[in-house]
Design a binder for this molecule. Sequence first.
Ligand SMILES: [Ca+2]
Length: 655
Amino acid sequence: MHCKTFTSQELDLPSPVLGTKGSASCGHKLLWRLALGAPGHAQLGETPMPNFRPYVFILSIVPLLAFHPAPSFSQTLAQQNVSRPKVPAFATAGGNEWQMPGANTALTRFSSLTDINAQNVAKLQPAFTFSMGTDRGQEAAPIVIGNTLYALGPYPNVLYALDLSKPGAPLKWKYEPRPLAASQGVACCDVVNRGPSFANGRIFFNTLDGHTIAVDANTGKEIWRTKMGNINIGETMTMAPLIAKDKVIVGNSGGEMGVRGWAAALDQGSGKVLWKAYSTGPDKDVLIGQGYNAHYPQLQGKDLGVTTWPPGMWEQGGGTVWAWVSYDPELNLVYYGTSNPGPWNSSMRPGDNLWTAGIFARDADTGQARWFYQMSPHDVSDYDAVNECILLDMDWNGKNRKVMVHPNRNGYMYILDRTNGEVLSATPFVPITSSQTVDLMSGRLIYNADKRPSLGKTVTDVCPAPPGGKDWQPSSFSETTGLLYMPHNNLCMDIKETDVGYIAATPYVGADVHMKAGPGGHRGEFTAWDIQAGKPVWKIKESFPVWSGALATAGDVVFYGTMEGWFKAVDAKSGKLLWQYKTGSGIIGQPTTWRGPDGKQYVSILSGVGGWAGAIVAGGLDPQDGTGALGFVNAVKDLPQHTTKGGSLYVFSIP
Ligand SMILES: [Ca+2]
């Protein structure tokens, strides 16, 4: 257990950050604080937004003429003569099958199918539905292999196989992993799961209580099960495994519970752990050695996962790996982001807090780190860097670059050279007050001192809020339009840091947060982003955060869902709404498309509100307590008037 008190001199921070004294005493934050919020906080009134960076906010589908992104970055992109992005050869588009949530290991979530297209999508109708038997948040992607659709639910993580060759797609089998019930009590933000992945006749997925499991895709029989996490220290698993050759890459959740983050590779055949790399601690634990070569000097040095923390605090330092992993088979590198440092209370952990809030590139076979880049050094706002890294190829000044495109919680759209971790551009995609810019020379995020949270003092209008300009909800890249389709948030917050001490398997946060809508008053957006130009082409305003994934197809339609329950198809070029269908509950799942045994194209989505954004409904939280769900309740207290709990698969086709 670590309970520390620091003076501002010990913390080596300027006094405006901490006040005259930054202290953090031991205090046990009970789990209900996280799940149900702290009592006794009056609702903070709406206050006018302060000076935003040059950014004209678009309230609906509008042409790009009205949009003025930050000048320095648009000039950077323009001056560099950047080409339209292309998908690497290994990133095969989804076709008849959809084998993994991201469609391929570059995570493009693009389908080559054109039967359903912008001209006929208005005729889309439900083909069949299936109840998931649970009413917590449904974040998973339905996947299809051969004649079978696989749907995975939140806790208790039941895997259903549906026979697409028969009318109504009856249940072929179900597999019940029976995770420990106590795992629900340590899950930070609902008991979600982001889906299964397929390879070599097997379905791989994680359970909330920290097991990675392989199941025979034909029979539903368990092949192996490996215990990876320990709920007794607050570890859960919610991410979708990524298949890299003969390996299954997984990571842990629990960045709000003082967990020490890690990623691991398991042998597909046996379930044996081949490597495990921590996100904090000494180099030998982080798997940093001879092959490591970061682009920026602040990321070079011995045992930075220890020395960038106060003594011992790296042991509960977060950096969990709870969302997306990508894989480039040509470079043989896996890529993933690490979560926030723990606790949220930044006054307690002076330093850059490596290797949190950044992206690792690792050798898939050995796990050895090749490079790291930190989006948010000494993160103060829960800006996890776990969002998707979409692998694309672009020309920069005539030179071909293998890049990754990464919309970060901190509000910047990053383009990195994925061979060495160099930042090629970082462009705001939402209003930002928490930072001023990303210095492309040093690679450092330049914070706005006025908006740094501090102990005991409420800082208002910090944008983006902790769920970021965008959270886990995955984007899609269209090979036909060359645009990125991004579901995301428009949220700001008022925040005050509070005392917190570490007790295993309890919340380790230390912040009172009230989130609220960003400029314009709406809380979500669906944006078509021009990666080449570094600006949006169109935006759709949504009342609630767009917490679902996106799917783009060669038929030039893009699908996403809303927290009210609408499943929508929009024109990939214009953003015009072409079709929508109201499902039974709010949508936070990932749309997929595939061809059925009858030759028809289908589109599938799980409906079932929840997750962090929908915890107020899924967890039945009190709308009067704005600090519930780490302050998310304050921003969505009207959600219970728009949707109720549920959990169903919906599959659509043109009759
Ligand atoms: Ca987090």
